[in-house]
Design a binder for this molecule. Structure first.
Ligand code: ADP
Ligand code: ASP
Ligand code: MG
Length: 412
């Protein structure tokens, strides 16, 4: 039997009616002759609620218990989806991550998938089951504890299953009808892309475009999974949505493919750090150990042996970062006069494979921001992206200005 993976995100399973709507889409594929693995997210808002409960109970929580709690939203939707399909006369069964088992590292709250043994699900398909419904986002470590794959992780569950089961395609059903040049909720002129290269999608995702989890794109690229993003609220056909594919499979392309943003960033500056060899390691080692995802880093030129070191991280990790840095100062491994946190910043980025061979993208980006009077606080670049840190209140404006500056509303 040919096999499809269909993933439904939170808004697509937000209530019983939406689950029924998603189940209809599954039925259509079963009628076309597919065996289907359905991956479900928790109902919209559920994971946030669970995270909130954990944080209220324990500010510096034990990540194993965090995973035990926040993985539970998907258990509900997986069971309900299987029940709904059974009601429609379709042989279906649900699996939680540990039952598959979807084996992961033990990096709780950000675990990586190591292996998906096929035997249990294959046996059921062989017995006549048509649909396996798998709870997204969760797995089990070799120690036997429940793990989660990081926010948005159901996308990664879906792609990993598509790779493990040689699926014909992995369809990601969500609340937009594809990948756009930027978030259509921020820029109404955003244009839907028919195709986007894995590399560009990877950058957009890692820079904040949450339509796909970064890791899912990485896996799709590595295992050449045909990955499609489409709407769960529309009627679709073979050409619907956006196909994430190899660069060679794209005919038209622009220098800049899209604009991404990340709203909840923070900028932290250690003032007057005693500059000496090893200082960066002394600062960023403890931050890494505390699980802080440091993104941009700037170290100023030292004067009289003192310098300022600035880094950015997700705003939700500021407390952890402060704690780690202060502990290092108490131990005497780093010396500085002050730690200043700016929690009102956002990151805006432009991404495009064309930047490899075109100069002038940075200049165009900076002048578009300058024309709006937006001050740039930190800049980083790579081969195919440029990111800036700015005041959060200008984020929408910056996205729109850049979308205009690179004429992303117009087809290539
Ligand atoms: P799901 O719950 O289905 O996983 P997400 O909320 O995680 O859905 O992702 C879909 C959302 O991603 C859209 O509603 C949209 O606001 C946002 N988004 C951000 N950037 C883009 C983009 N470039 N193209 C499409 N959607 C985007
Ligand atoms: N429910 C999880 C989250 O909100 C995983 C997902 O939806 O992809 O992050
Ligand atoms: Mg998502």
């Amino acid at each position: 039997m040919p096999l499809l993976v269909m993933k439904f995100g939170g808004t697509s399973v937000a209530d019983l009616a939406r689950i029924a709507n998603a189940a209809e889409k599954v039925r259509r594929e079963v009628e076309r002759g597919y065996d289907v693995i359905v991956i479900v997210s928790a109902m919209a808002g559920k994971t946030n609620e669970l995270v909130g409960w954990v944080e209220q109970t324990s500010p510096f929580f034990d990540a194993r218990e965090y995973d035990a709690v926040v993985s539970s939203g998907e258990n509900v939707t997986a069971g309900l989806m299987a029940l709904r399909l059974q009601e429609m006369g379709i042989p279906a069964r649900s699996w939680q991550g540990w039952q598959v088992p979807l084996l992961t590292t033990s990096a709780h709250s950000a675990a990586r998938i190591e292996e998906i043994p096929r035997a249990n699900i294959d046996r059921k398909f062989a017995e006549g089951m048509k649909v396996a419904v798998v709870a997204g986002f969760q797995g089990v470590s070799r120690e036997g504890r429940i793990t989660t794959l990081g926010r948005g992780g159901s996308d990664t569950t879906a792609v990993a299953f598509a790779a493990a089961f040689d699926a014909e395609r992995c369809d990601i059903y969500t609340d937009v009808d594809g990948v756009y040049t930027t978030d259509p909720r921020i820029e109404s002129k955003a244009r839907k892309l028919d195709r986007i290269a894995y590399e560009e999608m990877l950058e957009l995702a890692s820079l904040g475009a949450k339509v796909l989890q970064t890791r899912s794109v990485e896996l799709a690229m590595r295992y050449k999974v045909k990955l499609r993003v489409l709407s769960s609220f529309e009627d679709n056909d073979e050409t619907s949505g956006t196909l994430v594919c190899a660069e060679e499979d794209i005919v038209e392309s622009k220098v800049v493919a899209g604009v991404a943003y990340s709203r909840d960033e923070a900028k932290m500056t250690l003032i007057s750090v005693a500059d000496r060899p090893g200082i960066a390691a002394a600062i960023f080692g403890p931050l890494a150990e505390a699980g802080v995802n440091v993104d941009m880093i700037v170290q100023n030129i030292a004067e009289e042996g003192r310098t300022d070191v600035t880094f950015s991280c997700p705003v939700g990790q500021v407390k952890h970062a402060e704690r780690a840095v202060m502990a290092a100062r108490e131990k005497g491994t780093i010396q500085f006069s002050e730690l200043v946190a700016d929690t009102d910043v956002a990151k805006v980025s432009v991404v495009g494979i064309g930047m490899r061979s075109h100069a002038g993208v940075a200049a165009r980006m900076f002048s578009a921001l300058a024309a709006e009077g937006i001050n740039i606080k930190v800049i980083t670049t790579s081969e195919i992206k440029i990111s800036v840190l700015i005041d959060r209140k200008y984020m929408e404006l910056a996205v729109q200005a850049l979308h205009d500056a690179f004429e992303l509303d117009k087809a290539a």
